[in-house]
Design a binder for this molecule. Structure first.
Ligand SMILES: [Zn+2]
Length: 145
């Protein structure tokens, strides 16, 4: 999708924006899951987190932390989910990187752990092998600290 047709490239110029700095901006999600459900979006177009420069990601998560603290305090939320989806199979709907900040409130249903909705892995066999594979993969970590 070209930038000119990207909803999140357009949205930054609207009056729905309630936070803005040189890197990113925030709006309420059009379909708020909870009171204060916010989207934090980079000004520049990156398809998802996996293709976004680390400097931008780092800045945005710092902003997400601060927004979440203020939003929770303002609306009386007791917790929050701060998450992003990368790719359509992960449920990403708009192909412009964004972080969901979802304030969580105590409800009569208790805590809804929505990230387990697809239920656990049906066939956990091979878990030890996957663990070994991952340990070998990250023995010499490429992540700079
Ligand atoms: Zn865009």
């Amino acid at each position: 999708m070209g930038k000119s047709k990207c909803a999140f490239c357009q949205l930054q110029r609207t009056d729905r924006v309630f936070y803005k700095d040189s890197v990113c901006y925030a709006v309420l999600d059009l379909n708020e899951l909870t009171k204060g459900h916010t989207l934090l979006i980079p000004m520049k177009h990156y398809e998802n987190m996996l293709s976004t420069p680390e400097k931008v990601i780092s800045h945005m998560y710092k902003v997400a932390k601060h927004l979440s603290i203020k939003i929770n305090k303002t609306f009386g939320a007791e917790g929050s989910n701060i998450l992003t989806s990368s790719g359509t199979t992960a449920g990403q709907d708009i192909m412009h990187f964004h972080i969901h900040i979802i304030p969580r409130y105590r409800t009569s249903q208790g805590v809804i752990r929505f990230y387990y909705l697809d239920s656990k892995l049906k066939d956990p066999q091979g878990k030890e092998k996957r663990l070994t594979t991952l340990k070998n993969l990250f023995t010499k970590s490429e992540i700079k600290r």
